[in-house]
Design a protein around this ligand. Structure first.
Ligand code: GDP
Ligand code: GDP
Length: 440
């Protein structure tokens, strides 16, 4: 179970990181391997009076430079705040109240999150109280004087936050931005498509650096939900300047796949499926990513009739059999036709990718499968037996089946089982895995 999360917000240099380090004390542990967007942010674990929580300093992420602060806070902080259960707004007691603090506060007041105002750099008691009093004006309740350097007041800040936090958080995964990568050969229309997805009307969070060196991601919002577009360096630039045919780096595509929840595999309707597309497809399956196959340039296919779509579908299904479970979408990045459908599909496949099936239902489906097709018997007359199954993880959904002897279950029975699960439990757009486990 993840720990509750507190987001630290505030202007640069008010002492956010000093404060975070003070809270984390010597027990400070940096959590590196959180999935998705969280990988990039600095999380620290804090223990206070027997309660454990995590804090994330939004500072390093949000504020590149002072002048850019305000336009960026809403969008930039969004990703961090989407996961948090409370906010500590840190202000500088020595500098006093600044217009930037007022604007951040008025934005925070509109968020559905409890906010505690920590007035940092208040080393001395009496003076500190006077310094802190100026921040009542923020309209966020009692400002608490503290000092990240000396440590006074930090306990009070934590005490003020704790009542707002649940003991633990059921699942933050739902609120993390969904990481989407767009892969495909050069010239299939990846950047055109990305520009469509970003759109002019959508809130664009400024590019933020990804985990891979040189990778730049863009966070966008669609119907109130954040999506992170992986490795989008230069997408908007590219429309203005023709760089010529881009060098196809399959490793770069592989890295992008690895960092995504969902991969949009873009196929050129005019060229059809190529060997490179097949390589990408098999990697998507191997990495266990959700996927939508996007057939682009549909506008340029001439003389379309009712059979064209079927023919295309059959051809793609045959050549991209690794991804038989992935939905197909025929779009035009040029005209924008059906590009908005991409978000709907992404939501669908992500839901399947994260799906959890109760053990009771898993066993019902197993029983049903067994009654359709009994497990095979080997030459010695030994028949396969499935005792019990359970889902052990998601992203992608993974099931362990406890059997008498895994060797008795050959590929065709395994394929039948997967098919039966897919027919009964909707796993559109996600690979699923089975681990056949013997008694020993
Ligand atoms: P952040 O980057 O905005 O989170 O701020 P830092 O934690 O990097 O601190 C910015 C500056 O303020 C540094 O020079 C700190 O030494 C100083 N600072 C941080 N906390 C305190 C404090 O409690 N009192 C005083 N006087 N200075 C502080
Ligand atoms: P990338 O190399 O995969 O990023 O592809 P680009 O987005 O740069 O597009 C390559 C070329 O295909 C450009 O000349 C685009 O104008 C063109 N293109 C992209 N999408 C479409 C589309 O939906 N229909 C048509 N007809 N052309 C497109």
């Amino acid at each position: 179970m993840p720990l509750p999360l507190v987001a630290i917000v505030g202007r640069p240099n008010v002492g956010k990181s000093t404060l975070v380090n003070r809270m984390a004390g010597t027990r400070s542990a940096i959590v590196h391997d959180e999935p998705g967007v969280t990988r990039d942010r600095l999380y620290q674990e804090v223990e206070w009076n027997g309660r454990r929580l995590r804090v994330v300093d939004t500072g390093g992420l949000i504020f590149g430079d002072d002048s850019e602060f305000l336009p960026h806070i809403r969008q930039q902080a969004m990703a961090a705040l989407a996961e948090a259960q409370a906010v500590i707004l840190v202000v500088d007691g020595m500098e006093g109240l600044l217009p930037a603090d007022v604007e951040v506060a008025s934005w925070l007041r509109k968020q559905p999150l409890p906010v505690v105002v920590a007035v940092n750099k208040c080393e001395s008691g009496q003076m500190g109280l006077a310094q802190a009093a100026a921040f009542w004006e923020l309209g966020l309740g009692e400002p608490i004087p503290c000092s990240g350097i000396h440590g006074n007041g930090v306990a009070e800040v934590l005490e003020a936050v704790l009542p707002h936090l649940p003991e633990s958080v059921p699942d933050t995964a739902e609120q993390e931005p969904i990481a989407i990568s767009v892969v495909g050969r050069p010239n299939v229309g990846k950047s055109s498509l990305l520009n469509r997805l970003v759109g002019s009307e959508r809130a664009i969070v400024s590019p933020i650096s990804g985990t891979t060196r040189d990778a730049i991601d863009t966070v966008i919002e669609w119907e109130g939900r954040p999506y992170r577009l992986i490795d989008t360096a230069g997408i908007r630039k590219k429309n203005r300047v023709d760089y010529g045919v881009e060098f196809f780096s399959i490793n770069r595509a592989f890295k992008a796949i690895q960092r995504s929840d969902v991969v949009l595999l873009v196929i050129d309707a005019l060229d059809g499926v190529t060997e490179q597309d097949q390589k990408l497809a098999s990697r998507i399956e191997e990495e266990g990513r959700a996927c939508v196959i996007v057939v682009n340039k549909w506008d340029a296919v001439e003389d379309k009739d009712t059979y064209t779509l079927n023919e295309f579908t059959c051809d793609i299904r045959a050549k991209l059999y690794f991804l038989e479970w992935a939905p197909l979408l025929f779009v035009s990045a040029l005209t924008g036709q059906r590009t908005q459908k991409i978000f709907e599909q992404v939501d669908t496949v992500v839901a399947a990718h994260r799906k959890r099936i109760s053990t009771a239902v898993v066993n019902e489906v197993l029983q049903d499968a067994l009654s359709w097709q009994s497990p095979p018997t080997n030459r010695q007359g030994k028949q396969g037996k499935i005792y019990y199954g359970t889902q052990v993880s998601d992203r992608p959904p993974t099931f362990v089946l406890f059997v008498n002897d895994p060797d008795l279950f050959k590929d065709n029975y395994r394929r039948f089982m997967e098919k039966h699960f897919r027919q009964n439990l909707d796993f559109t757009g996600t690979p699923i895995r089975f681990r056949w486990r013997g008694k020993s």
